[in-house]
Design a protein around this ligand. Structure first.
Ligand code: NG6
Ligand code: CA
Length: 501
């Protein structure tokens, strides 16, 4: 009897271990402001992206893959929590001294991997806030990535164009001289360092709107900082620094199972490529940082190849929101755009309720497991939590990842359909369902002047056929019944606490 029990136990243990051996590593490469049409694999010709194209060719290229929101913080919040960001106050674009907006201890994408035995790391842009109402920049800043499931972190606190312009490794500023402490201010100026508005003669890149406060590395930023002179980043080196940390994480954990969230700074402003990428496209810095991004992706792929991890690793690429041309610096992006279409055939871009705001590149590669090709399945980054819980044998509690659908079959190419609807968020909400897209009524400008973005919202609800990819033909008047039904569904999703089946 006892022996039989032991045998059963041994078999169970063996099954668990054998099952575990099948679990892949996961590397999620997350570009910033990369549009659907910015990659060769999605039709770009003026800029070459051979490494991203390789990823797409060896994997599954989604044509209807989405981020939840048309800006950064809400999209990242949703991807890491599996919850639509508009359910929670305070998930809009954060200042550089915002507090952490993901509650420590809640189930997150990285905590799902941790529970499944993975080592978890984040490298790159964070922009989800850190600490509480006030940060102790000069000590350990907590809560942060560790408290929401990342055992390793090397991050930019917010964005490249926001102070503080320092890296944090495991929640401490890298190269901080304790005799030169960092001070950060958003509402009021701290220190007496020159600002872009007072000293434009000190700038190597000039703002086109905003971005005229403390000057760091010849570029004026959003917000004020002083101190931490030895710790400041050099924009030209950022892709190198981050890529080195990302590949070092892979190398360090090659014998374990790992989840790496590599959030590149490219192609966000300020667009400051390393000199070796300058002039590579004839499109100015915006084009050149796409080439830099592609290089970074290539380094990750090469590292996996060298360590013989390619077949054991799912690599994904996507972006936090659609593209923008002039996002606040005079970097010739508009003048040198030529015929390049950053949003592909879609209308709008970053900040917009039109498809260009949230329909982004979305590639999933797992050699030997995912048949290469193209998928038109409707999928969203908010689905990563439930999908990877399913793939790693995790169980979600009722309150976990409330808007995350298990679309693992679609992600692995085993099903042609993903979700049956998705909510898009750009201030106003839109509902994509079946052959339709409803944009709810909203206020605000038709065109965001500074960035020249068609915002998409109008005083009345709009209805587009999903086949009208450029959203040119509002058919709300002809299909009042559809508008009514979709509006009711959107209201229900909004007032419920979850949409997950
Ligand atoms: C905007 C900034 C823009 C960019 C964006 C955040 C101005 C005038 N514009 O407020 O440059 O930083 O915030 O981008 O300051 S995101 O990709 O992180 O959402
Ligand atoms: Ca972004």
């Amino acid at each position: 009897m006892r022996l039989a029990g032991l045998a059963v136990f041994a078999t169970l243990l063996f099954c668990r271990l054998a099952g575990a051996a099948d679990k892949p590593n996961v590397v999620l490469i997350y570009g910033d402001d990369v549009g659907w049409g910015d990659l060769g694999a999605y039709g770009a010709t003026q800029v070459k992206t051979p490494n991203l194209d390789r990823l797409a060719k060896e994997g599954l290229r989604f044509t209807d893959g989405h981020t939840t929101s048309a800006t950064c913080t809400p999209s990242r919040y949703a991807m890491l929590t599996g919850e639509y960001p508009w359910r929670k106050k305070g998930t809009g674009i954060l200042p550089g001294d915002g507090k952490l907006i993901i509650e420590p201890g809640r189930t997150t994408l990285p905590s799902i991997f941790q529970k499944a035995g993975y080592v978890t790391g984040v490298v790159g842009k964070w922009h989800l806030g850190l600490g509480g109402d006030k940060q102790d920049w000069n000590g350990e800043i907590t809560p942060g990535p560790r408290e929401i499931g990342f055992s390793y972190s090397f991050i930019l606190p917010a964005t490249g164009d926001r102070v503080p312009c320092v890296y944090l490794e495991n929640q401490r500023i890298v190269n901080l001289d304790p005799k030169d402490p960092l001070q950060v201010g958003f509402k009021t100026k701290v220190g007496d360092e020159p600002t872009g508005v007072e000293h434009p003669e000190l700038l190597k890149m000039h703002p086109s709107h905003g971005h005229d406060q403390t000057i760091v590395n010849g570029i004026s930023r959003i917000g004020y900082m002083t101190g931490a002179k030895a710790a400041r980043w050099v924009d030209e080196d950022m892709a190198d620094v981050l890529t080195k940390k990302a590949t070092a994480f892979i190398e360090a954990h090659k014998a374990e199972r790992f989840f790496l969230y590599y959030a590149t700074h490219d192609i966000h402003v300020p667009r400051v490529p390393h000199p070796r990428f300058v002039g590579k496209t004839g499109m100015g810095p915006r084009g050149d940082v796409i080439v830099q991004l592609d290089w970074a992706v290539g380094e990750v792929l090469k590292t996996l190849d060298r360590l013989k991890l390619t077949g054991k690793t799912i690599v994904m690429f996507s972006s936090d929101n659609g593209p923008v041309i002039d996002d606040g610096y005079k970097d010739q992006a508009v003048e040198k755009l030529g015929g390049h279409k950053p949003a592909g055939p879609y209308r709008g871009g970053k900040y917009s309720a039109f498809e260009g705001g949230t329909r982004v590149p979305f590639i999933v590669r797992w050699p030997g497991q995912i048949k290469p090709g193209t998928s038109d399945a409707l999928v969203s980054q908010v689905d990563f939590a439930a999908s990877f819980a399913a793939l790693t044998g995790g169980k979600l509690g009722d309150a976990d990842a409330p808007d995350s659908f298990d679309v693992s079959a679609a992600l692995l190419g085993k099903s042609k359909t993903g979700r049956d609807h998705v909510v898009e968020h750009a201030g106003v909400l839109s509902l994509r369902k079946g052959p339709w897209k409803l944009i709810e009524a909203g206020s605000g400008p038709k065109v965001l002047k500074a960035t020249n973005t068609e915002m998409g919202a109008a005083a009345q609800p709009q209805l587009y056929a999903a086949s009208d990819v450029a959203e040119r033909n509002d058919v709300a008047a002809q299909h009042a019944d559809v508008v009514k039904a979709l509006s009711a569904q959107l209201e229900k999703i909004r007032s419920d606490i979850r949409s997950r089946p």
